[in-house]
Design a protein around this ligand. Structure first.
Ligand SMILES: Nc1nc2c(ncn2[C@@H]2O[C@H](COP(=O)(O)OP(=O)(O)OP(=O)(O)O)[C@@H](O)[C@H]2O)c(=O)[nH]1
Ligand SMILES: [Mg+2]
Length: 378
C-alpha cells in the first residue's frame, strides 16, 4: 500500500507539491512560500487522480499599505463635529472581509458612541452568524443585504426602539449616522431605508461599484416621520494604513480601494488562494477549469479562452482576464466567499495589530477643526 496522508478532506501527495511549486513560478516577485512540513513527508502520488492541496501561505509583495486620502480626513473631521448630536451610529462592514473592513478611526472621531455593526453584502459571503455571536457577545450586530427591505425593517426597528427609550421624546427626532470603509454599501442601505416609508422616493444617496462615490458627510436625510428619524450618509473612510499586505489585497478585491493600488494579477491570485482555502474542490471556478489549481496563470489563460480573448501564439491579456475574474466575484456571479480568517483567535490577533497601527497614526481632530465653521444639524 503506498503511504498517503489525509488532512481534513484533502489527500497530500508528491503531485500536490509539484503543483504548489509550479504555482510559485508564475509569481512576479520572488515568493516566500513555506512548504508545510507535512508536504515534506515521504508520500507517493495516489494511484488514480493526483489529489489537490491548496496553498497555505500567500507570497510576499511590495504593496503600499496606505490608501488614506484628504477627503477621508475631512470626513472624519465632520463626524467629529456632528458626533455630539448623533444618537446612534451604524457602522457598515463587508461580510466578505469582516475584519479587514473594520476601521478604528471611527472611534477616534466618535468616541464610544453607541453603535450597531452591520455586516453587509451577506448575499456574497460565507460568514456565519455563529462566529459573529462569539465576536460580539453583547449582540450589537446584524448580518444584512443592503438592498433587502426585510433587513432595512430590522434596522429601522432598532432606530424606533432608540427613539422610544428617550423620555421625554426628542421634539426634533433622533439622528443616525452611517459609517464604514469605502464601497461597503452605506448609500445603498440609506436608499433602501428611505424607500420603506416612501415607495416613490428617489434615490437620495449616490451609489456605485467603486470606492469613493460619496465624497462628504451628507445633509440630514429623513427616514421616517412618525417618529422623526434622520440619517446622515458619510464618505467611506479608509484606514490610516492596513495592518498587513494581505489586508490591502482583500480591500482591493472587494473594491474598498481603487484598482491601481494593487496589481489586478495579485488580486486575482489572492482570490484564487482564498477560494481554494475555502473549498479545495475548485467548484467555485469549475466552469472555467475542470480541476482545482494553485496556478493563477493557468486560470487566467482558461478565462481568456472562455471569453475568447486568446490571440495568435496563445498570447492573451493577463490583466484583462484578472479583471474579469475579480469582477465576477464583486458582482456576486461567482461563489460566496470569505477572505478573512474568521476565528476567535484571528479576531483577537487583528484587534492587537489594529491598535498598534492606530497608535502610530497621529491625528488630533480637536485642533484640526479649531477655527472652522460650526457644523449645526438644525
Ligand atoms: N450584492 C450586494 N451588493 C451590494 C450590497 N450593498 C451594496 N451593494 C453594491 O455595492 C456597491 C457599493 O455600494 P454603495 O452603497 O455605493 O457603497 P458606499 O459604502 O456608499 O460606497 P462609498 O460612498 O464609495 O464609500 C454598489 O454597486 C451596490 O449596488 C449588498 O448588500 N449586496
Ligand atoms: Mg456612498
Amino acid at each position: 500500500m503506498p503511504p498517503k496522508i489525509n488532512i481534513g478532506k484533502v489527500a497530500v501527495s508528491v503531485a500536490a507539491t509539484a503543483e504548489l511549486a509550479a504555482s510559485n513560478t508564475t509569481t512576479k516577485v520572488s515568493p516566500q512560500i513555506a512548504i508545510p512540513s507535512l508536504l515534506k513527508a515521504n508520500v507517493t502520488p495516489s494511484a488514480t487522480k493526483a489529489p489537490f492541496f491548496p496553498r497555505l501561505v500567500f507570497p510576499k509583495y511590495n504593496i503600499n499599505l496606505s490608501g488614506f486620502q484628504g477627503h477621508h480626513r475631512t470626513g472624519l473631521q465632520r463626524m467629529y463635529q456632528i458626533g455630539p448630536q448623533v444618537d446612534l451610529v451604524f457602522e457598515v462592514r463587508d461580510a466578505r472581509a469582516p475584519l479587514s473592513t473594520r476601521n478604528g478611526l471611527f472611534e477616534r472621531a466618535l468616541g464610544n458612541k453607541e453603535k450597531i455593526i452591520l455586516y453587509a453584502k451577506n448575499d456574497l459571503s460565507r460568514l456565519q452568524t455563529k462566529i459573529l455571536e462569539s465576536w460580539h457577545p453583547e449582540g450589537n450586530y446584524i448580518l444584512i443585504d443592503c438592498r433587502s427591505e426585510k433587513d432595512a425593517h430590522r434596522i429601522l426597528g432598532i432606530a424606533r426602539k432608540k427613539f422610544g427609550e428617550r423620555f421625554p421624546p426628542p421634539p426634533l427626532g433622533i439622528n443616525l449616522l452611517i459609517t464604514g470603509m469605502p464601497n461597503v454599501g452605506k448609500s445603498t442601505l440609506i436608499n433602501t431605508l428611505r424607500s420603506l416609508n416612501d415607495k416613490q422616493s428617489k434615490k437620495v444617496a449616490a451609489t456605485g461599484g467603486q470606492a469613493g462615490v460619496t465624497k462628504a458627510v451628507s445633509e440630514k436625510i429623513r427616514l421616517c416621520r412618525d417618529p422623526s428619524i434622520y440619517i446622515f450618509d458619510s464618505p467611506g473612510i479608509f484606514v490610516a494604513s492596513t495592518v498587513d499586505q494581505n489586508t490591502m489585497i482583500k480591500l482591493a478585491i472587494i473594491g474598498a480601494v481603487k484598482n491601481n493600488h494593487v496589481d489586478p494579477y495579485i488580486q486575482a491570485d489572492y482570490l484564487l488562494f482564498c477560494l481554494n482555502k475555502n473549498d479545495p474542490t475548485g467548484r467555485a471556478y469549475r466552469d472555467i477549469l475542470p480541476e482545482p489549481t494553485n496556478n493563477v496563470h493557468k486560470l487566467l489563460f482558461a478565462i481568456a479562452k472562455k471569453i475568447k480573448k486568446v490571440r495568435r501564439g496563445n498570447d492573451f491579456d493577463e490583466i484583462g482576464s484578472a479583471m474579469w475574474w475579480i469582477d465576477r466575484f464583486r458582482q456576486g456571479k461567482g461563489a460566496r466567499i470569505l477572505l478573512d480568517d474568521c476565528t476567535i483567535d484571528a479576531y483577537e490577533e487583528f484587534t492587537i495589530m489594529e491598535k498598534e497601527n492606530l497608535d502610530r497614526f497621529k491625528m488630533d481632530l480637536q485642533s484640526e477643526i479649531k477655527g472652522r465653521k460650526k457644523y449645526f444639524l438644525f
